[in-house]
Design a protein around this ligand. Sequence first.
Ligand code: ADP
Length: 165
Amino acid sequence: MMSSVNKAALYPGSFDPITNGHLDIIQRALQIFDFLIIGVAANPEKHTLFTDSERMAMLAEAVDGLDRIEVTSFTGLTTAFAKERGVRAIIRGLRMVSDFEFEFQMALMNHKLMPEADTVFLMPSERYTYLSSSLIKDIARHQGQIDCFVPSNVSKALKGKFARK
Ligand code: ADP
């Protein structure tokens, strides 16, 4: 039977900065869910290259033009935020086997904290499986070519951060 209930999902992450791999996951999630909340985690203990508002603004610009999306930041537990927003699906990306251990542990713990929610793992296109925000930052730091891995606004921001003085 067809259900008319709108299904929303939460995609939480640091997005420091957003890459084409994240965008691939976002597009896949939109094919399954009716609405996607992208939650930029503001975690004072986690050192990030870009500030909370920079990460939010870059992400918002990168997904500008896509419908059925809300970009917002949140603090504290992902499950607390999911509960607050009434969302029962948490999206995470799985690139390689190396992601699995950490993601599996997080998914099980989140399920313990919020039994009504499930983590939905999505795999990106093969060409993004080796892409990570930290690798991109390393390449940019050493003046390497990053244009094909990140949206153009992010590329500009990274070049600005690491411009030779
Ligand atoms: P976090 O600090 O929460 O891991 P990230 O921004 O690094 O934040 O990642 C958020 C989610 O996006 C994670 O589930 C991660 O596995 C996934 N992700 C990151 N890069 C990629 C990529 N290239 N392809 C698919 N998923 C990715």
